[in-house]
Design a protein around this ligand. Sequence first.
Ligand SMILES: [Zn+2]
Length: 388
Amino acid sequence: MKKDAVFIFSEDQLGYSFSDTHPFNQKRIVMTLDLLRKIGAIQDSDIIAPRMATDEELLLVHDAKFIDVVKRAGKGELREDVASIYGIGTEDTPIFPNMHEASAMLVGGTLSAVEQVMEGHSKYAVNLGGGLHHGFQGRASGFCVYNDSSVAIKYLQEKYGARVLYVDTDAHHGDGVQWTFYDDPSVCTLSIHETGRYLFPGTGNITERGNGAGYGTSFNFPIDAFTEDESFLSIYKTAMEEVVDFFKPDVILTQNGADAHYFDPLTHLYGTLEIYKEIPRVAREMAETYCNGRWIAVGGGGYDIYRVVPRAWSHIWLAMKQIPTPTGPLPEEWLSTWQSHSPVPLIPTWEDPDPLYEPIPRKEEITEKNAQMLDRALHIIRNEKQKK
Ligand SMILES: [Zn+2]
């Protein structure tokens, strides 16, 4: 029988670990799964263990030389000066034991999610271990070694002949995926992110629209620092509706970085849990309307791993299962289990405290700037539509 949704996970995904003090910490997946278990939203039979991506699959996107370098790094056999050419052994993306195997496991998880959906075993699938959107063909970047979404998109094209829409709501620009498919008209990338003026990776300008045959299938919605829920959501919903209607994908792959939250230590956006409640529900509706339901979700950034990510990512699964949005207190047992791990008091409810922060004096100005950016972006999309 076809399932509504499957959750890709095994402890093997936790091997992707730079160090105990590095901001990228996969403990957030364990906490999310535990929260879903404690509210009775997920059963063991919903969980599927990921497989490791083969070299052949990684080669769909990555250079052989880069894969070889990652393999040697993970065995401690790579010179530092060589590593840095490939973006590893850096402060952001340090070398760790078995780096290749751990990275290939995250890619394999996203490929498992693709197979579940495309072979009709499940309508939707989520791999929270994936979402490594800064990985390039021949270079690691920004905590990302191999790019699971890029490999999964190539796999979707080659094995299933699918037209793929990639939607990235991480606070950072989805650069790795965008550049990999920049000249490919059968893949559309849509990224909403904090403007690159002051934030890594610096790209994601509205003028990045694709190249050659792929011109017109890359869409960027850079938003201002301190953007709040209302403005974020209005841009996200409008962008989704317009781009999905323009591109008419066979399948939607969403990257669900949870670092646009006010608490996130690495970005400057002022989102609350409200956006994480809405994002996956809109994605599901779009997939239902345009793609016969085919929707694959991956994780991504999210660096307040205790207060934000578990609640935020739970909403992806809840949207897939169409479980009504929970409100009020989190399970006491979950809070007591994880409070001892957390250096800060956990938020004890599904909602964030209201208000979460002091009012922003520049609110109107920021909202207006974002609205102007959206207008420009919509103009571009509608022009592309007319060309068709
Ligand atoms: Zn991010």
